[in-house]
Design a protein around this ligand. Structure first.
Ligand SMILES: [Zn+2]
Length: 176
């Protein structure tokens, strides 16, 4: 978490003339602001015509923040791990599937989601599978969360293509 050391490291990595560059050590429990600050220290020094990749991030709202700092790729356990633990990401916020409010809920996890899980199963059924420790739950929930992450990256790409990314970022920041 020392910007001068990150810059030194980045400059030495540039000598490798690699096909792409990873920025790591930013998902080990430090505050998110610090993670973004360290990304800001490294990303601008890396060639813009090669993939710039931050390892191990992040929450859905954080994805456009990294993109805004020049990052092309991220990877993270969150969509699958949170899915297995009952936390589902949606276009309108998080669904904690074990909650009693979903006991008889016939709606899909996210009505705006085109995934297999949302097209075929209700919140009530997924909650039942979760509480019964059915492995099918983990598969269906992971399918949904991965779809949400891919949709977010599609939204970001689309916003960039039509020159709307700053407004997209602002909307994500202001969302509850
Ligand atoms: Zn879905």
């Amino acid at each position: 978490m020392f910007t001068d050391l990150r810059r030194d490291c980045t400059e030495q990595l540039l000598e490798l003339d690699a096909d792409g560059y990873a920025i790591g050590g930013l998902s080990v429990g430090e505050p998110r602001e610090l993670s973004l600050e360290m990304t800001e220290a490294s990303a601008p020094l890396l060639p813009a015509d090669r993939p710039r990749y931050v390892m191990g991030v992040g929450m859905p709202k954080e994805l456009p923040e990294y993109v805004a700092r020049g990052i092309d790729m991220m990877d993270c356990v969150l969509p699958s791990r949170n899915a297995r633990n009952g936390y589902l990401f949606t276009t309108t916020g998080r669904v904690v599937i074990k909650q009693t409010q979903y006991k008889d809920d016939p709606k899909p996890v996210d009505e705006a989601c085109p995934c297999y899980t949302c097209r075929n199963f209700s919140r009530a059924y997924l909650r039942h599978l979760f509480l019964a420790n059915e492995i099918t739950y983990a598969t269906l929930a992971t399918l949904h969360n991965l779809q949400r992450y891919l949709d977010i990256m599609r939204e970001i790409r689309q916003a960039i293509l039509i020159g709307n990314f700053p407004r997209y970022l602002e909307a994500v920041r202001n969302a509850p």
